[in-house]
Structures are given as C-alpha cells and as structure tokens.
Design a protein around this ligand. Structure first.
Ligand code: BJW
Length: 247
C-alpha cells in the first residue's frame, strides 16, 4: 500500500502515539466481531442483548455459556500480524499507549506493554454482587457457578452496556487521546461510548488521526488519513514504511 508521506512523517516525529483498537483487529485471529457476525451464537443471539446486566438477570445460564464459548475460542486463538505490528510500533515510539475495547487479551499475549483494557478481560471472573475477582470456585455443576464468599452468581469481568468503565484505564485513555500527536483508530465501528469519543478528542486537540478499517465509520469523514483494509495486512506495512525493515 502507498502511504502518504505526511502520515509517515507524523508517525516518525510523534513524541506520543495513542492507539484505540476494536474487535476488527482480532478478526484475523478468527474471533468474530460484534456487529458483523453471522456465525455461531452471534447469529442466534444479539451480542448487544447478551452483553448487558438485563441479559444476565433474564438468563444467567445463557450468558455464562455464551462467555464460556467465547473463552474457549480465545484460548485457541493466536495474536495475528496486526497485534504483532503494534508490539513493534511500541518499540519505535517515544511514548505509546494502546487502548483496547477488546476483552480477548491478545495484545498482551502478543507482547504489547502499555495496554489499557477499557472493557475488561474475558479470562477473568468476578462476583456479580461484590465485584471482587474470583479465581477458584466449587464445581458443583451449577451454571453460572456461585461465589465462594457470598453465594451470588459469578460473571465475566467485562463491562456490559450501562455499566461504568474502569476509572483509571479510562482516565489514562482520555489523557492519552488529549495529549498524543498521532492517534490510530483500528478495527472499531466507533459507536460504543465512551471509547468512541476518544478519536474525536484526539482530533479536536490537533492530533493526526489515522483510521484502519475495511469499512467506513462515523469517524471516517473527519480524519486526515484512512487506510481501507485488514489491520493484519496494513499495520505491518505501515510499521515497515515508518521505521524500516524488520519493524
Ligand atoms: C476490521 C477487520 C479487520 C473487521 N481489520 N478492521 C452516549 C451516546 C449514546 C449512548 C451512550 C452514550 N454513552 C453511553 C452510552 C450507552 C452505551 C453505548 O455506547 N451504546 C451505543 C450502542 C450507542 N455505552 C455504555 O453503556 C458504556 N457504559 C457507560 O457509558 O456507562 C456510563 C455510566 C457512568 C456511571 C455509572 C454507570 C454507567 C459501556 C459500554 C460497554 C461495551 N461492552 C461491550 C461488551 C464487552 C464484553 C464482551 O466482549 O462481551 O464491548 S459491547 C461491544 O462493543 C464490546 C466492544 O468492545 C464494543 C465495541 O465494538 P467494536 O470493537 O467497535 O466492534 P464492532 O463489531 O462494532 O466493529 C468491528 C469493526 O472492525 C468494524 O468497523 C469492521 O469494519 C472492522 N473490521 N475486520 C480491521 N480485519
């Protein structure tokens, strides 16, 4: 792909690069996205209904099993060249903040260091009442399993619709968006708040915003640079164009 020289210069000269990722970056690791999914439980159930406190109250067993299915998918998945290119980008950038909406942990498994998980992590479990992380529980075959301390249902440690995002990661993400020189928005439909506002915060404070997505989003018309295509192809080429062979 031919990259604009201005974009490459901006990347090289930036003292702080911030990146926001969404489900699209893990699509090439065979993890389905949310809003374009036509397979498995994503086709049968609406993820937006299952990923909510109401969905959990209505059918806790279905929600637990949906997450157990996704957990098994994530366990088998491997980071793809898009995740790995961001590891390389972090090594070249003077300051680098990777903000992710993904709960699959693939950035950390790929080797990225400064990662802010805004929507939690699928591999962790917490008590639905006390909100404490729980690592062990009795397997008495009830689904969902129960909290060993208070007996309430356990739930995945992720952020559902209507729930507050973790305070410190969100504060750090907002600070990164408002202070970076370059902001990359990768593989996100840019509709779920408050994460969707981050690239706009970056735009308004004067950062160069680059979108990587095969499809247009509400952000597309406002950004200086759009890279249309798969993150797993574009990001390694972009890192090579900015910093040379070998990433
Ligand atoms: C590729 C690709 C390839 C494909 N390469 N790209 C303001 C206005 C309106 C509404 C709200 C508002 N503020 C808050 C709300 C409500 C709500 C919200 O935003 N609703 C919208 C639907 C409008 N937000 C919330 O409820 C949030 N909470 C909150 O604001 O609380 C306030 C509060 C304060 C004080 C007290 C209490 C509350 C919480 C949001 C939590 C979102 N949770 C989920 C589920 C997480 C757990 C799980 O995984 O199950 O997070 S929903 C789901 O959407 C998930 C994702 O992280 C998130 C974003 O999706 P993403 O990543 O963008 O995926 P897709 O599928 O939408 O897009 C994929 C993209 O990839 C596409 O564009 C493809 O083209 C692209 N692509 N292949 C590159 N190879």
């Amino acid at each position: 792909m031919d990259f604009s020289p201005a974009m490459i210069t901006a990347l090289r000269q930036a003292s702080h690069i911030a990146v926001l990722t969404g489900a699209g970056i893990s699509a090439e690791s065979q993890i389905p996205t949310f809003r374009e999914s036509h397979t498995g439980l994503y086709a049968k159930y609406n993820p937006q209904e299952l990923a909510s406190p109401e969905g959990f109250r209505k059918d806790p067993k279905l929600v637990w099993e949906w997450y157990a299915w996704r957990r098994s998918m994530v366990t088998k998945a491997e980071p793809n060249p898009g995740h790995k290119a961001l590891v390389d980008m972090e090594k070249h950038a003077k300051n680098f903040t990777l903000i992710t909406q993904n709960v699959d942990g693939l950035h950390i498994r790929a080797g990225s260091k400064n990662v802010l998980e805004l929507h939690g992590n699928l591999m962790k479990t917490r008590c639905s009442q006390e909100n404490t992380l729980v690592t062990e529980w009795e397997d008495d075959k009830t689904i969902p399993p129960k909290c060993p301390t208070c007996g309430a249902f356990l739930r995945p440690d992720v952020v559902w619709f209507g729930e507050k995002l973790p305070t410190i990661p969100l504060q750090k993400a907002t600070l990164a968006a408002t202070s970076c020189q370059v902001f990359l928005s990768i593989g996100t439909s840019t509709i779920v708040e408050p994460a969707a506002s981050l690239p706009f915060l970056a735009l308004h404070q004067g950062a160069d915003v680059i979108e990587v997505n095969p499809e247009p989003t509400p952000l597309s018309k406002q950004v200086a640079f759009t890279l249309r295509g798969a993150a797993g192809i574009i990001l390694p080429e972009l890192v090579q164009a900015a910093w040379g062979l070998g990433g």
